[in-house]
Design a binder for this molecule. Structure first.
Ligand SMILES: N[C@@H](CCC(=O)N[C@@H](CS)C(=O)NCC(=O)O)C(=O)O
Length: 221
């Protein structure tokens, strides 16, 4: 257990397959924190998207962090809090410009990567909304150009780099990992992220981290 965390209990209210919940979990794993994760706290179930979450998060989104009973929501804020409090901000780099780049990528990933890859593309396969719960292929087809554009943006940013920002693993890599690994493990993945490509090799490096093994597991619903 991380020394500073000795007397604190950390719980991530969320479901493990949720991409944003995985971000916070991956952050805890990278910092070496002791945490629990799940939608049930003291017998109360906080189902995804339900009104039950309102007392914890008025916007009814997961994840929510409970740190010794204190409540914090929004994935980026949770990760920064954990890194600042328990990790001497090592996942954000000491250099102000590099840190701004980390912040920029965290914001862009939250806004655009999540929308394009998770909401508009992958969720159609996970929760199909067509007739008799079939996948709406017209929706999938319409979403693919934006996915390909995003893959291109990420590949350009990575270039020859090992990590998304600068030369160290940061919160930006943590933020991207769940959506990216879902994309690479998902349908049409060989067409969307080519074998041997910069992005696929980067994802493989992230998945090879020892801290990834409890996070990037098959989906249990
Ligand atoms: N801005 C929020 C977004 C979190 C979010 O969209 N969570 C999803 C699960 S990955 C959720 O709670 N969805 C339920 C719903 O929208 O009803 C954050 O960054 O934490």
């Amino acid at each position: 257990m991380n020394q500073l965390q000795m007397n604190h209990s950390l719980h991530i209210v969320g479901v493990q397959f949720s991409a944003f919940t995985r971000v916070v979990q991956f952050c805890c794993e990278e910092i070496g924190l002791n945490y629990t994760l799940g939608p049930v706290v003291n017998g109360q179930e906080y189902r995804m998207g339900s009104q039950a979450i309102k007392p914890l998060n008025p916007f009814m989104k997961m994840p929510v962090l409970l740190d010794d009973g204190r409540v914090l929501y929004e994935t980026q804020s949770i990760c920064r809090y954990l890194d600042n409090t328990y990790n001497q901000a090592r996942l954000q780099t000491p250099d102000p410009w590099q840190k701004a780049q980390v912040d920029q990528w965290c914001a862009a990933i939250t806004a655009y990567v999540d929308k394009v890859i998770v909401r508009d593309y992958l969720l159609e396969f996970l929760f199909p909304k067509g007739e008799n719960n079939s996948v709406r292929m017209d929706v999938v087809t319409a979403s693919i150009p934006a996915v390909l554009n995003l893959v291109d943006v990420l590949e350009r940013q990575l270039g020859e780099r090992e990590f998304l920002v600068g030369d160290q693993f940061t919160l930006a890599d943590i933020m991207l990992a769940p959506a990216l690994t879902y994309l690479i493990g998902g349908p049409n993945n060989a067409d969307l992220v080519k074998n041997g490509s910069v992005l696929r090799n980067y994802a493989a490096r992230i998945l090879a981290r020892p801290t990834a093994k409890n996070v990037f597991i098959p989906i249990v619903r």
